[in-house]
Design a protein around this ligand. Structure first.
Ligand SMILES: *Cc1c(COP(=O)(O)O)cnc(C)c1O
Length: 436
């Protein structure tokens, strides 16, 4: 993008000037509309999401067998919803903003197997690929017990097949751990910002890790190029994968069941506000889509991005989606928030979100660290920095007068996207960051 074009965009969308200055802003999506119309336009149906949900149920006996930590949920990979009243008080006091409704935390930091939201889409896509191969080779029928996937003949088949992914870290963990467990020959192409402990952990599990000096987009590009040259290699395409999206979308029915179980009613008078940290967009997009299927116009979803990496915000504001990068507006894409350091958003997701998303907002790294310490102190919950991006959502919504967000009957659900895999010494240093 040249300087003239950039100046024209800023004139048209003055909020871009604040984004360039790395201020924390909220953008309301003017295209957000009727949910049923938005869902219909997406080309993805309720039946597609149900198909994904059913597949995860078929695999539950296998997951329970090979990951005993999922026994309590019978092999279903799910996280709890936790009320965080003390954090709500601390937030309200810090920002001098009253949050009248309930504040809940979706604890994907505690998801079994890979400890982040990526355990939804990433693991789903690998399982679907494994099922497709097993069906093709006549090793399984859909009505059989999938615990069979742990047997040697399955591993022998998968050993002849490759899986590859490009990742800043957490997607690599999910894809790597699940693929290696099934017996696939799996390669994770890691960007320069990926943490050493993630690379070490993957290598320990038998995953091939290829490191790049460049950022995420380069790792993805190189991974895709190598995979394309090999017909036995399945490339998990974080930017365009429908399977990833559907795996994330299953979260909608799970949240609906969990809210019902805890007696939380969502309807016209009791709206649900959901705040989702966003990197390339697949995770938050899939979850938002699943929630829209469940709650329609009564759920209002926001994406949260670092002030240095607001790729989805800029992509959706301008409507340029993956044709624009944060660098076009002079931003450096440097953030401590793993998974959120993405310069160009998924166009596939951004376009689907146009009629369904309430808006996007940005958050500074310093704010994430401050909130990381705050929730550890008030609720004894340890999250990684990216997982805090959702936490200023209620404050942003209320201060920007998003209708009903200040209501005492509003339910605010902050999606905590990761944390439990972070080594203790790393977590201690995160905790100390806000003191610096
Ligand atoms: C990947 C990730 C996200 C965002 O998911 P995208 O699909 O990249 O938008 C948010 N939080 C954490 C911890 C992640 O790893």
């Amino acid at each position: 993008m040249n300087e003239t074009e950039k100046a024209r965009w800023i004139e048209k969308l003055p909020l871009l000037q604040q984004i360039i200055e790395k201020q924390e802003v909220l953008w309301r999506n003017p295209l957000n509309g009727d949910s049923l119309t938005g869902i219909a336009q997406s080309g993805i149906t309720e039946a597609d999401v149900k198909d994904a949900s059913d597949r995860l149920k078929r695999f539950a006996p296998y997951i329970e067998t090979v990951f005993p930590e999922t026994a309590a949920s019978n092999g279903i990979i799910e996280s709890p919803i936790t009320a965080i009243p003390k954090m709500k008080e601390a937030l309200s006091a810090t920002y001098e903003t009253t949050i009248s409704g309930e504040l809940l935390l979706k604890q994907d930091n505690a998801l079994p197997i890979s400890g982040s939201i990526k355990a939804r889409g990433g693991i789903y896509e690998v399982l679907k690929h494994a099922e497709t191969l097993a069906l093709e080779h006549g090793l399984i029928q859909k009505d059989e017990n999938y615990a069979k996937f742990a047997e040697p003949e399955f591993r022998n088949l998968f050993a002849k097949h490759k899986i590859a992914v490009g990742s800043t870290g957490n997607l690599g963990l999910s894809i790597g751990i699940m693929s290696a467990k099934l017996g696939f020959d799996v390669t994770v192409h890691m960007s320069a910002d990926a943490k050493q402990w993630k690379k070490d952990l993957l290598r320990e599990k038998g995953v091939t890790v290829v490191e790049y000096e460049d950022d995420y987009s380069k790792a993805v590009e190189e991974g895709r190029r190598q995979a394309d040259a090999d017909p036995l290699c399945h490339f998990v395409d974080d930017e365009n994968s429908l399977d990833l999206f559907l795996g994330y979308a299953v979260a909608g029915e799970r949240v609906a069941a969990q809210l019902t179980e805890r007696g939380t009613i969502i309807d016209e008078n009791n709206p649900l506000f959901v705040y989702l940290p966003c990197g390339v967009g697949g995770g938050p997009g899939g979850v938002a889509f699943g929630l829209k299927l469940q709650f329609g116009d009564n759920v209002h979803c926001f994406f949260a991005e670092p002030t240095h990496s607001p790729c989805m915000t800029i992509g959706m504001m301008t409507g340029l989606h993956d044709e624009v990068s944060v660098a076009d507006f002079g931003l450096d894409n440097q953030t401590a928030a793993d998974g959120l350091a993405v310069g160009t958003a998924s166009g596939f997701v951004g376009k689907k979100m146009e009629p369904l998303l309430e808006g996007c907002y940005t958050i500074a790294d310093e704010t994430m660290f401050k909130l990381l310490t705050m929730i550890a102190d008030t609720e004894d919950i340890r999250l990684e920095p990216s997982a805090l991006a959702g936490m200023t959502g209620p404050i942003q919504a209320i201060n920007n007068e998003v209708p009903k967000s200040d209501s005492s009957s509003a339910v605010h659900l902050v999606w905590a996207t990761g944390g439990s895999m972070v080594p203790e010494n790393e977590m201690e240093s995160y905790y100390g960051m806000s003191r610096k």
